[in-house]
Design a protein around this ligand. Structure first.
Ligand code: HPA
Length: 288
């Protein structure tokens, strides 16, 4: 079978949208040019109130973006300054478990790359598998295990792109060190570890969690990996930060619920803003 072009549609499914078209919309609406973008996952939304926002764009105004129906994921892009660093904040992401294709959920990353973003921080909520990780802790992702059952590059060919992407260093080591240092400066422990991605939407069984632990995973979640893969294909430098919102199934005496995940994420939000603030300052000084 020949690979086919990306098929990401406009909101009314009337036409296929190339990332360049959505990027052109952003260029028109945003009067400055951030090189750094952050995707805010479940429970990380508080961070957006600490941005000095210059431009706010509803995802519905960006061709090819989808709004999300999941609590904790509003669907809005904010352009502004974190301290003195210009950034794009993507508040909310579409998930595979909502039924979207991998092409759709990774489209924003292609758009960011076209727009001129060079560094990307992906954030998410995750369940703690490693017993050292407790709810409210943070983990900078050092590597991942993709158990989502698919790959965002399978069967599609983006113009000029190589699909055989090297994944031996998906998460940039300098950015990861900056996250850990930012945690120290912010007084919040940021550990490092391996993230295993599953499709969801169910939480895992205790047997699955025991298996993932044996495979070398420290935390489990339902996002980030497809975006990180596409970001690497597009040549972006990637960092990823998990907020451990719960102990994974079987590690936890209580049943898991999405509401609890969101609640813990919100409580951790203050720490997140401090980490991100320091992280951007460190990266702006040393990397940009
Ligand atoms: N499992 C999968 N995804 C998650 C979890 C979990 O325990 N917590 C937050 N996202």
């Amino acid at each position: 079978m020949e690979p086919r072009p990306l098929q990401v549609f406009d909101q009314d499914f009337s036409m296929i949208i190339p990332p360049s078209r959505a990027a052109a919309r952003l260029r028109k609406l945003i009067p400055f040019k951030p090189k750094f973008a952050i995707v805010l996952g479940s429970g990380f939304q508080n961070v957006s109130s600490d941005l000095k926002t210059e431009t706010e764009i509803d995802y519905r105004q960006i061709p090819g973006f989808v709004t999300t129906g999941v609590a904790g994921h509003p669907g809005r892009l904010q352009a502004g300054y974190f301290g003195s660093v210009p950034v794009l904040l993507l508040c909310g992401r579409a998930h595979y478990y909502e039924g979207h294709s991998f092409e759709t959920i990774t489209f924003p990353v292609r758009v960011l790359a076209e727009y001129g973003i060079e560094q990307l921080l992906l954030t998410n909520a995750a369940g703690g598998i490693n017993r050292r990780l407790r709810p409210g802790d943070f983990m900078a992702i050092s590597d991942h295990i993709n158990l989502m059952g698919d790959n965002p590059l399978r069967g599609v060919i983006a113009p000029g792109a190589n699909n055989f992407v090297d994944l031996s260093a998906v998460y940039d080591s300098k950015l990861r060190q900056a996250l850990v240092l930012a945690g120290k400066q912010a007084g919040v422990a940021v550990r490092t570890g391996v993230y295993v991605a599953v499709s969801g939407p169910t939480y895992e069984t205790p047997a699955e969690i025991r298996a993932f632990a044996r495979l070398g995973a420290d935390a489990v979640g339902m996002s980030t990996v497809p975006e990180a893969i596409v970001a690497r294909q597009c040549g972006l430098r990637v960092a990823a930060l998990s907020c451990i919102t719960n102990l994974a199934a079987g590690r936890n005496p209580h049943p898991l619920s999405h509401q609890d995940v969101i609640k813990t994420g919100k409580r951790a939000g203050v720490g997140v803003s401090r980490i991100i603030d320091s992280f951007l300052r460190i990266t702006a000084e040393t990397l940009l």
